[in-house]
Design a binder for this molecule. Structure first.
Ligand SMILES: Nc1ncnc2c1ncn2[C@@H]1O[C@H](COP(=O)(O)OP(=O)(O)OP(=O)(O)O)[C@@H](O)[C@H]1O
Length: 309
């Protein structure tokens, strides 16, 4: 008889493994299929962006990864164990959109209270530093900006020194400077080898911060790959040019070109998206168009192409 498999140790197990995960709400005519059979594997040390429009299922998925709810079908494993076991061991923690802080405590007091709870008071100075909170440690939470409060939550999530950190739209509502400060703190942390999965609406956050992006739409994974590859393969290039006075013939040629995925005209200027941009550019110039501009694809165009219904 083969020996039973030993449970994989946290240091070697896959950080995150979702197999056939389904989660539904309601019933009958009101049935919402929020997550429809998601398979996802994240290795240790990866930084992954979870991107998707409103209602795509990101929060539902994250809640299951954290053990806050159970899948109707399928399994979720974090470091080879159930999410709740991973949380209990301090191997998994999160920065969530919801969940309040106590307004009357200072930043330091807040972190100290939770550190005592975890039995890790010695980590307080390091964690304050990592979340860029040392300078405002004596400020009351009620006086902190939204961005600063999110960094307090980030500090709390770091207290158990988790192997896997999950963030659900951590910078929602922050201004550009606050977002940059938040991600600077996060980047330093990711470089130290933590596995990070974050949901975001901000495409540039995925581009700047995550090597890998998973796009979710209607509860399904519609793309999963290197962020840069995803952008290049799906976005095409954007070309803009001023049309000549008599442009009918040129436009007819462009409209018949299957390599051109969109074409708009505004005030005599044509904007189009195309995969074979050099050939399209040559066609535009041969047809008398002027002031040609070619822009590299952005993740935004890729994202739109993937999630447009
Ligand atoms: N408790 C619930 N009861 C009923 N429907 C729900 C519940 N929670 C989520 N849903 C529905 O499930 C779908 C997915 O929602 P979810 O919050 O996971 O999306 P999301 O990608 O996180 O969206 P957002 O970016 O707006 O936060 C939506 O249609 C939502 O209305």
């Amino acid at each position: 008889m083969p020996a039973p498999l030993a449970p994989s140790s946290p240091s070697t197990a896959t950080a995150l493994e979702l197999v056939g995960v389904v989660r539904q709400f309601g019933a009958g005519a009101k049935l919402v299929r929020a997550v429809r059979g998601v398979n996802l594997r994240v290795e240790r040390g990866e930084v992954v962006a979870l991107l998707g429009p409103n209602g795509a299922g990101k929060t539902t998925l994250i809640d299951m990864v954290l053990g806050l709810s159970d899948p109707d079908e399928g399994t979720v494993r974090v470091l080879g164990r159930t999410p709740r076991a991973a949380v209990a061991e301090g191997a998994l923690s999160a920065v969530l959109q919801t969940g309040g802080l106590l307004a009357d405590l200072t930043v330091r007091e807040t972190v100290e209270v939770i550190a005592s709870f975890h039995g890790v008071r010695a980590r307080v100075p390091e964690v304050l530093e990592r979340a860029s909170l040392t300078e405002i440690a004596r400020r009351k939470v009620s006086k902190c900006s939204g961005g600063e409060q999110q960094r307090v939550k980030f500090a709390l999530a770091l207290l158990p020194d988790p192997d896997v950190l999950i963030l659900d739209e951590p910078t929602a509502g922050m201004d550009v400077t606050a977002r940059r400060r938040f991600w600077d703190a996060m980047r330093a942390d990711a470089n130290a080898g933590r596995t990070i999965v974050f949901a975001t609406h901000y495409l540039e956050e995925a581009e700047q911060f995550a090597r890998r992006t998973v796009v979710l739409n209607h509860g399904e994974v519609v793309a999963d790959g290197e962020t840069a590859t995803l952008r290049a393969s799906l976005g095409g290039r954007t070309l803009q040019a001023t049309l000549p006075a008599a442009a009918d013939e040129l436009l007819a040629v462009l409209r018949a070109d299957t390599a051109i995925s969109s074409l708009e005209i505004d005030a005599g200027r044509v904007t189009l998206r195309a995969h074979h941009s050099d050939a399209v550019a040559a066609r535009l110039l041969a047809g008398g168009a002027t002031d040609l501009e070619i822009a590299a694809p952005t993740l935004e165009t890729a994202f739109t192409a993937l999630t447009e219904d």
